[in-house]
Design a protein around this ligand. Structure first.
Ligand code: SUG
Length: 448
């Protein structure tokens, strides 16, 4: 069996809510304090996963995290029994309670950076969980993320799990959302493109929004993964694009196999990126034509790209090798973006054969599109066989997860509900059952 690219999507957690926590993420700010629907959110994500599995793509599931996170609230000085911790946090520091209650681990493009075995010096698949150091609500994810990744990819002969980088601004790391791999075929050694927002105090930086990924962090990940420096490139995001809501590179660019689809305003030096991709792919297999698709601001202004999340589409290969765009419904609702999609699908000069749009509105309202919800892992046949087999989504797991969500998830949540001890109980019961369903062991603090 050949090497494949598998998607591991994050299940939306039972406390999914809109708290306006993410600086520089326009959707998060716009929808702050709106009621959310956690049940619809998890079902929307599951439907996308199921559609990709039905297309013949290997599709895995990653678990949500335990929220509200009582251990961190205790560490921050809220003592007593769980109900008292929640009550005091709500009255004294509602912002902290919201941060400890976010379901943000659903966006698994930020869970880790993953390098396939064909790229790594020791021939194993490498994972570095992202430290997500710029935001409190996300900086509490890496410890459980690391446990989850070890539970899903347990075989140390084939998988290497690094520690997250030190959690400090100089080492801000947001994982695969700022990393793209290009290759002539999945099993061949690929080119790894790392995109950063800032390189220390010198050089251009955004003015109003944080640069979440640093050059130093990207370089550290490349070193840890034992990548060949000749096959790595470090490109800077345009600071002015970050200031316009491009908080991760996957909001303005997506790559797959030999295709890089990117907005004109994505990179400080797009010409250097393209020259490196062309040279590297030609060297890997001269028969494969690199396909660099730059989308002009005149065709789709950055504002429309951010509003529709077009570049946060998944670009995937069906088993017959044809390429598909998996987009958010918002792309169909924007006439300029829809015209662009039609143009790309009709153009024989690129391998994109079609598109499918999904309703992911619950996640989109917090700035998370189709590509944010998945972590890509390229696996050869023996690595694929070494994955915890219970996490692969098939009809039976899909049915079980739907029934599970319907049993435990609420269909309406507002910020005041986060202090409800019943919500904590429901969430723990749901997660406890999930770890059994997926064979993950005692993943959560409340289980230990
Ligand atoms: O980190 N939103 C997430 C969205 C992450 C999207 N991921 C990628 N682009 N790969 C973030 O900004 C909002 C939470 C809130 O406001 O309630 C939030 O964290």
């Amino acid at each position: 069996m050949s090497t494949v690219e598998a998607n591991f999507d994050g299940l939306v957690g039972p406390t999914h809510n809109y708290a306006g926590l993410a600086l520089g993420n326009l959707a998060s700010a716009r929808n702050a304090e709106q009621p959310s629907n956690p049940r619809a959110a998890v079902l929307q994500g599951l439907d996308k996963m199921k559609a990709l599995a039905d297309l013949g793509l290997p599709q895995g599931v990653l678990p949500p995290q335990e929220r509200p996170h009582i251990p961190t609230l205790k560490r921050l000085g809220f003592g007593g029994r769980d109900a008292a911790v929640l009550r005091k946090a709500r009255s004294e520091a509602p912002g902290l309670l919201a941060a400890m209650s976010s379901a943000s681990s659903m966006w698994t493009a930020n869970a880790a950076t993953v390098s396939p075995s064909a790229d790594c010096g020791d021939g194993r698949v490498h994972f570095t969980p992202a430290n997500l150091a710029t935001h409190l609500h996300r900086a509490i994810e890496p410890e459980t993320t690391a446990r989850a990744l070890r539970a899903v990819f347990p075989d140390s002969m084939q998988f290497v799990h690094h520690q997250p980088l030190p959690a400090m601004p100089q080492m801000g790391d947001e994982g695969a959302a700022n990393h793209t791999r290009l290759c002539t075929s999945y099993g061949a050694a690929g080119l790894e493109l790392f995109v950063y927002g800032a390189a220390g105090e010198e050089g251009p930086r955004p003015h109003s929004h944080p640069a979440r990924q640093t050059l130093a962090a990207s370089q550290a990940v490349a070193r840890l993964h034992r990548l060949d420096p000749a096959l790595c490139h470090f490109a800077q995001q345009r600071p002015e694009a970050i200031d316009q809501g491009v908080f991760h590179n996957d909001v303005v660019a997506v790559g797959n196999r030999e295709v890089l689809l990117y907005h004109e305003q994505a990179f400080v030096d797009a010409a250097a990126v393209c020259a490196w991709v062309r040279g590297g792919l030609q060297q890997s297999d001269a028969a494969v034509q690199p396909c660099l698709l730059e989308i002009a601001a005149a065709e789709v202004p950055l504002e429309d790209a951010v509003g529709s999340y077009f570049f946060n589409s998944q670009l995937v290969c069906a088993p017959d090798g044809s390429m598909w765009l998996i987009t958010a419904q918002e792309c169909e609702e924007n006439p300029r973006v829809l015209a662009l999609i039609r143009r790309l699908v009709q153009d024989p000069a690129n391998p994109i054969a079609g598109y499918t749009a999904f309703d992911l509105r619950q996640s989109m309202r917090n700035g998370g599109g189709p590509a944010c919800l998945r972590l890509r892992v390229v696996l050869n046949a023996s690595e694929r066989a070494a994955v915890n087999s219970r996490v692969w989504l098939d009809q039976s797991l899909y049915d079980h997860l739907r029934a599970w969500a319907q049993r435990y998830y609420r269909d309406r949540l507002v910020l005041a509900d986060l202090a409800d001890p019943a919500l904590l109980d429901e969430s723990r019961t749901a997660l406890d059952e999930l770890t059994r369903m997926l064979g993950l062991g005692s993943l959560y603090d409340f289980q230990r």
